[in-house]
Design a protein around this ligand. Structure first.
Ligand SMILES: [Zn+2]
Length: 508
C-alpha cells in the first residue's frame, strides 16, 4: 500500500472543476514569479550572493523600495532585558575568629541577611515586568450624540476601533461568514476583513493594516484605528492624545434647515497616491536568534533562511503548470519518512529545513508526525491520472473520455499541475492517511504556528479554498524560505494572493 496516502490525498481534494481562481492572472504569475529554467535552484553552499539584474534582484529592489510603516519602527526589537538585572550583592566573607563566639554569631547573621537580600533581588527581578507605556484607555464618542463608551483600545501597541459599533452607527450592510466579514456602505462600496489577518480588501483591492482584524468581547469586530482614519470617508476621527479620547462621528453635511442633521455618505476609498499604512513592506525578518528554538539549529540556518530568498517562490497550480522536463535538481531522501520502507524525496534545501522543523517539533512533544509523500515525477502523475481515468470509464462505460476526465479532475491533479512535482513540498501528519481530521490534532496547531520559522507555509489553507482551488489540506506543507514564509504568515495570505501582492508592489 505504498501509494495509499497519495491516492487518498487526491481523493480528498475534491476539486470543483468549475472553481477556477477568480482574481489571479495565471499568465502574469507564471511570467513574473517562475524562476528561470523553471527547475527550482538548489542553494549554493556558503553565502550565495544574489546576482544583480536578475528577476529576483528586481523583485527585491522593488520590495525594498516599498512602503515602510509610519507607525512601525524599522527595528522594533526591544533592547535586551538582560541589562535590567540588578547587580548581585556580594556574599559576605567568612572570617572566623576562634576566640569570639559572639563574632561568629554576628557573621552568621550577616550571611543570613546577605542571602535574604540576594534572594529578594532575584525574586523581584523575575516578578518585575516593564509597564506597557502605550496601554491607554481611550473614550469613544459614537455618532453625534454623546453616547460614549470607555474601552481599552490598544492591542500590541496598536490603537484599535470597534468596527461593529461604527457599523451600527452608519447602518452598513454586513455579509459574509464569521471568519470573513464584508461591510457595505450606502453607495455599494465595501470593506472586507478576515479575522486574524492584517490584509483587508477595499472594493476588491488588498490593503494591509497595522494589525490584524480581531473579535473581542460581545463578538464585536475590532480593526486598527489608522485603517479607518486612512480609508473611511464621511466619518470624523478626532484623536486627543492629552485627554486620551478618540471621537468617531458621522460627518454632518452643512444644512440650511433646523430639521434632523444630514449625514455624509460613508465611503471606502484608497485615495489618490495614498500609500498603504501599517505593514512594513520589507520587515526585519528574524534570524535564528529570534526564533526561540530550543535546539541549536545553527547548521540548518542556511537552508531555513536561504540567502537567495526568491529561489523557491515558484507557483504551480491549475493555471501555472510545469512540463515533463521540469525535474528538480538536488533531490535527496527525506529523513523523517514513515517507517514502512518508503523512499520519498525533496529538494535538498527544503529537506534540510524540514529536518530542522522535525527536531523542534519533537522537542515540543510531537513525535508521531511523519512524512508520507514528497516529490512526485510528472510520469508518476501521468500513470496515476491514467489509472483513475480507466477506472472511471470501466465503472461507467457510457462515459466519453472527456466526461471521465472531468470526473477525475475533481480529485486528482492533472499532470504538470501538482506542486509535488517541484520537490518543494511534502505531506506530513500523524493519521493512518492524509485527512482533514489532522487539523484537530495538537501537532497541527504547532505546525500552523511554527512552520514559517523553518521556511514552510500551509499551502491550501481553510479560508482560501476559492483562491487555491483546493480544499483545506492541513497535511500539505510547502517550502518557500523563511523570508517569504514569514511575510505570508503575517499577511494571512495564501501563495496565490502573496504572489499577486508582490506583482502589484513590483508594478507600482
Ligand atoms: Zn500534498
Amino acid at each position: 500500500m505504498n501509494n495509499f496516502d497519495e491516492n487518498n490525498e487526491f481523493v480528498r481534494r475534491k476539486i470543483d472543476p468549475n472553481t477556477t481562481p477568480q482574481n489571479i492572472s495565471g499568465r502574469n504569475l507564471g511570467q513574473v514569479r517562475r524562476p528561470q529554467n523553471t527547475a527550482p535552484r538548489a542553494p549554493q553552499n556558503g553565502q550565495a550572493k544574489p546576482r544583480p539584474g536578475t528577476q529576483g534582484e528586481q523583485l527585491r529592489r522593488s520590495v525594498n523600495s516599498g512602503v515602510r510603516s509610519a507607525g512601525t519602527p524599522a527595528n522594533p526589537r526591544p533592547a535586551s532585558p538582560r541589562t535590567n538585572h540588578p547587580p548581585k550583592p556580594e556574599r559576605p566573607k567568612k572570617e572566623i575568629d576562634k576566640g569570639s563566639i559572639l563574632r561568629n554569631i554576628l557573621i552568621f547573621i550577616a550571611m543570613l541577611a546577605g542571602l535574604l537580600i540576594l534572594g529578594s533581588a532575584l525574586l523581584l527581578s523575575t516578578l518585575y515586568v516593564a509597564p506597557e507605556k502605550t496601554k491607554t484607555t481611550y473614550s469613544y464618542y459614537y455618532g453625534s450624540d454623546d453616547k460614549s463608551t470607555s474601552e481599552s483600545v490598544t492591542v500590541n501597541k496598536v490603537l484599535y476601533m470597534n468596527l461593529t459599533e461604527i457599523s451600527d452607527m452608519c447602518a452598513f450592510t454586513v455579509s459574509g461568514t464569521k471568519a470573513s466579514l464584508r461591510y457595505t456602505a450606502d453607495q455599494g462600496e465595501y470593506v472586507e476583513f478576515t479575522i486574524g489577518s492584517v490584509s483587508a480588501k477595499i472594493n476588491g483591492d488588498i490593503v494591509n493594516m497595522e494589525g490584524a482584524a480581531l473579535v473581542r468581547e460581545n463578538e464585536n469586530v475590532w480593526i486598527p484605528l489608522s485603517f479607518g482614519e486612512a480609508y473611511f470617508g464621511g466619518i470624523l476621527f478626532e484623536r486627543d492624545e492629552e485627554e486620551s479620547t478618540i471621537k468617531i462621528l458621522r460627518e454632518e453635511l452643512p444644512e440650511s434647515s433646523d430639521e434632523a442633521p444630514i449625514y455624509a455618505d460613508v465611503t471606502f476609498r484608497i485615495k489618490g497616491s495614498q500609500t498603504i499604512e501599517g505593514i512594513d513592506e520589507d520587515p526585519d525578518i528574524g534570524d535564528i536568534a529570534d526564533m526561540g528554538f530550543v535546539n541549536d539549529l545553527s547548521e540548518y540556518e542556511q537552508y531555513m533562511n536561504p540567502s537567495d530568498r526568491d529561489a523557491y517562490l515558484i507557483l504551480v497550480n491549475k493555471t501555472n503548470s510545469i512540463s515533463a522536463e521540469d525535474i528538480p535538481e538536488n533531490l535527496v531522501s527525506i529523513v523523517n519518512v514513515r517507517q514502512d520502507g518508503r523512499k520519498e524525496q525533496m529538494v535538498e534545501c527544503a529537506e534540510k529545513a524540514l529536518e530542522a522543523l522535525f527536531i523542534e517539533m519533537k522537542s515540543a512533544g510531537y513525535t508521531d508526525v511523519s512524512v508520507t509523500s514528497g516529490y512526485r515525477s510528472y510520469n508518476k502523475q501521468v500513470s496515476l491520472f491514467t489509472t483513475y481515468l480507466q477506472r472511471e470509464m470501466a465503472n461507467n462505460p457510457s462515459l466519453s473520455e472527456a466526461e471521465a476526465k472531468e470526473i477525475v479532475l475533481t480529485y486528482s491533479a492533472f499532470p504538470g499541475t501538482s506542486e509535488h512535482q517541484t520537490g518543494l513540498c511534502c505531506d506530513m501528519h500523524n493519521l493512518p492517511s492524509a485527512d482533514v481530521a489532522f487539523a484537530q490534532k495538537e501537532a497541527y496547531t504547532w505546525l500552523k504556528e511554527n512552520c514559517y520559522k523553518f521556511g514552510f507555509i500551509i499551502r491550501f489553507p481553510e479560508d482560501k479554498v476559492d483562491i487555491t482551488g483546493y480544499s483545506f489540506e492541513p497535511w500539505h506543507y510547502r517550502f518557500v524560505g523563511r523570508y517569504h514564509a514569514t511575510r505570508i504568515h503575517n499577511l494571512g495570505m495564501c501563495l496565490e494572493e502573496y504572489i499577486e501582492h508582490l506583482s502589484r508592489a513590483e508594478n507600482q
